[in-house]
Write a protein that binds this ligand. Sequence first.
Ligand SMILES: C[S@@+](CC[C@H](N)C(=O)[O-])C[C@H]1O[C@@H](n2cnc3c(N)ncnc32)[C@H](O)[C@@H]1O
Length: 181
Amino acid sequence: MLYLMENEYMTTHKVMAADSSSLDGLNNRSVDLIVTSPPYPMIEMWDEVFSMQDNSIAACMENGRGHEAFAKMHAILDRTWSECDRVLKDSGFICINIGDATRKLNDSFELYPNHSRIIDFFFGLGYSVLPDIHWRKQSNSPNKFMGSGMYPAGAYVTYEHEYILIFRKGGKRTFSGSQKN
Ligand SMILES: C[S@@+](CC[C@H](N)C(=O)[O-])C[C@H]1O[C@@H](n2cnc3c(N)ncnc32)[C@H](O)[C@@H]1O
């Protein structure tokens, strides 16, 4: 809970209903901290959101071309990450909640590593990748192994975590004078 006790601690909040791939209302290098959770690529509930923005994605999914769909969905998220990079101040932070996706397409089950794809993007922009928060979402299921069970090559462990990735734009902030208190 946040207590606002004195005027000097008051903050103003502006809510903007907008497409995050075009943050026109925000100036370059004007934001200290971004915390976000995008639609997760290759998780079925977000298929439509991605397909609406690139209609070739639906065909990839229907034809079992999962890797291609994964790349196209991340290309859409990259537009938002580029905008985040534009508006974030130097030494600012961006924290991204993301889960990897497990998916069976055309009878082929696999994991789509959303978190490492996003790390690659920010690493490529020169961001400092900081230790992430590993969000455990433990299942109560008694079946810790899924798939074909008794046959080792066909068994896979259940997936019970998400990530909160933390990136810093460049070096540490430096504080001076009264900012230190
Ligand atoms: C994984 S959910 C996160 C929900 C959020 N944590 C909350 O509690 O409302 C992803 C959210 O991103 C929104 N979204 C999808 N595309 C967007 C875009 N281009 N710009 C802004 N928001 C978008 C979806 O509508 C959805 O609410």
